[in-house]
Design a protein around this ligand. Structure first.
Ligand SMILES: Cc1ncc(COP(=O)(O)O)c(C=O)c1O
Ligand SMILES: [Zn+2]
Length: 396
C-alpha cells in the first residue's frame, strides 16, 4: 500500500496540473482549494479538468494514480493509496435471473480496506488536504466515512482529525484509536453531530471538511464508477445506489459526464437513488413533485436497518440529486425492511457477497424497478454495493 507510484510526473510540468473549481450555480471559476467548500453565491464548486488532455493511466495500481487526470490533485506524488479501490465488478447472472435483469452488474465495494466505498473518499480528501497544507480537520458521518478517515490517517504525514459522532452511531466508528483521531460524541442524531462539528471547527479555527460539499469527497467516490465503467463489457443504461446525502451518485454522474466528453462512454445512464422507507425524505419530496425538502419531509432521529443512510434532513443536497434524477430520466426509490432483508440474502446466496443493509437497499431498489417494468430486462444495470458487513453486524 505504501509502494511508490510507477507513474512519472509527466505532462503537467513542475507546478503540476491546473485544477479549477467552477460554481455550478453562477459559473464563477477559481483555483481549486477544497478548504473552501462553496462559492460566495452559495453554489456548489466542482473541480474541472482539461478533458482534452486527460487520459486513464491503465497500468497504474493505485486508483488515485490511474485516474489522476480526473482528480483535484496537482501532483502525482500527492496520491494516497490506503487500500482503496480495485474492487470487482461482476455480471450477476444468477441474481439477475432471479430479479428479472439479464444484464445486472454489481460493483462490489465491500473489497475496500474498511469494507466500504468510503475509503475512496478518504484517500482523495486526505491527499487533497495534504497537498493544500491542511494538517487538522473536523468531520462527521454515520460511521463509515469517519472510519475510512481514521483508517487513512496513518498513511498521511501526521494529519489529525476530529470526528463527530451522534450517540447512536458511536459503535460504528472504527480505527479511532489512532493518535491522530479525536472522537467527539454528541447526544443527538447524525445531522445534529454534523452541526456540532461545524461549530467546533469555527470555534477552533479548524477546517470543516464539508461532507457532500467537499468536492474531494465526491471526486473520490467517483472512482468506484470510473472503475466500473471501465470494467463493464458494455455501458450501463441504469446506475443504482443507496443514498444518504447523494455524494456518491453525484460523483457517478460527474464521472459519466467526463467520460462522455472523453469518448469513453457514448450515452448518459439514468441514475436511480434508493432510500429506505423509514427514512426517505428525498423520495417523499420527489413523489410530491417538490423541488425542495419541506419541513414535513424532515425526520428527527430517524431509525432503520440501513444505518449508513439514516440522514433525516437532506435539505441542502436534495436539489442536486433531483437535478440528476430528472436530468437523466432516472428516479428516486424507497424500499421496505423486507425488501432489504431479501436482497441481502439473495446477494449472499446467489453471488456470495456479504453486504450491509445500505448496499442491500440499492439491489432491492433495482429489483423493485425491474418488477414494475421501469427497468427493462435487457437493459444493462450497474448497482453499486457500497459496503459490507463489519464487526459481525450487517447494519454498517
Ligand atoms: C455503505 C454506504 N452506502 C451508501 C451511503 C450513501 O452515501 P451518500 O449518499 O452520502 O453518498 C453511505 C454513506 O455513509 C454508506 O456508508
Ligand atoms: Zn457561485
Amino acid at each position: 500500500m505504501t509502494r511508490p507510484l510507477r507513474r512519472s510526473p509527466a505532462p503537467f510540468g513542475a507546478s503540476g496540473k491546473t485544477v479549477h473549481a467552477v460554481c455550478v450555480r453562477c459559473g464563477h471559476s477559481r483555483p481549486y482549494a477544497a478548504a473552501e467548500p462553496s462559492c460566495d453565491c452559495g453554489g456548489l464548486l466542482d473541480p474541472v479538468y482539461d478533458l482534452k488532455a486527460a487520459t486513464v493511466h491503465e497500468d497504474e495500481t493505485a486508483p488515485g494514480a490511474r485516474y489522476f487526470d480526473l482528480l483535484p490533485l496537482r501532483r502525482p506524488e500527492s496520491v494516497l493509496h490506503i487500500g482503496d479501490g480495485n474492487t470487482p465488478c461482476v455480471h450477476a447472472r444468477a441474481l439477475g435471473a432471479r430479479i428479472g435483469l439479464d444484464r445486472l452488474y454489481l460493483k462490489d465495494e465491500t473489497g475496500n480496506a474498511t469494507r466500504t466505498t468510503k475509503d475512496r473518499m478518504a484517500a482523495c480528501v486526505l491527499a487533497v488536504f495534504q497537498e493544500l497544507g491542511v494538517d487538522e480537520f473536523v468531520a462527521s458521518s454515520t460511521g463509515n466515512s469517519s472510519s475510512s478517515f481514521a483508517w487513512g490517517l496513518p498513511f498521511t504525514r501526521g494529519l489529525r482529525a476530529h470526528l463527530f459522532a451522534g450517540r447512536d452511531f458511536v459503535d460504528r466508528h472504527q480505527y479511532t484509536d489512532h493518535p491522530g483521531v479525536t472522537l467527539h460524541v454528541v447526544d443527538d442524531d447524525f445531522v445534529g453531530a454534523a452541526k456540532a462539528g461545524r461549530a467546533y471547527a469555527d470555534e477552533h479555527g479548524l477546517v470543516f471538511e464539508g461532507g457532500f460539499f467537499n468536492s474531494a469527497r465526491r471526486e473520490g467516490l467517483k472512482l468506484a464508477y470510473l472503475e466500473a465503467y471501465d470494467q463493464m463489457p458494455e455501458e450501463p443504461a441504469v446506475v443504482v445506489q443507496a443514498i444518504s446525502s447523494g455524494m456518491g451518485v453525484y460523483g457517478a454522474h460527474k464521472g459519466a459526464r467526463e467520460y462522455l466528453e472523453m469518448g469513453r462512454l457514448r450515452r448518459m445512464p439514468r441514475f436511480v437513488c434508493v432510500q429506505q422507507r423509514s427514512c426517505a425524505p428525498m423520495w417523499n419530496a420527489a413523489r410530491e413533485g417538490s423541488d425542495r425538502i419541506l419541513p414535513h419531509h424532515v425526520l428527527r432521529r430517524p431509525q432503520g436497518l440501513a444505518k449508513a443512510i439514516l440522514r433525516g434532513d437532506p435539505t441542502n443536497t436534495y436539489p442536486h440529486m433531483r437535478a440528476i434524477t430528472t436530468g437523466t430520466g432516472g428516479s428516486f426509490a424507497a424500499v421496505s425492511d423486507a425488501e432489504m432483508i431479501d436482497a441481502r440474502r439473495w446477494l449472499a446466496q446467489d453471488e456470495g457477497i456479504d453486504v450491509c443493509f445500505a448496499a442491500a437497499a440499492a439491489l432491492a431498489g433495482a429489483a423493485q424497478l425491474a418488477a414494475r417494468g421501469e427497468i427493462r430486462r435487457e437493459e444493462p444495470v450497474l448497482v453499486n454495493l457500497t459496503g459490507g458487513e463489519r464487526n459481525g453486524t450487517a447494519d454498517d
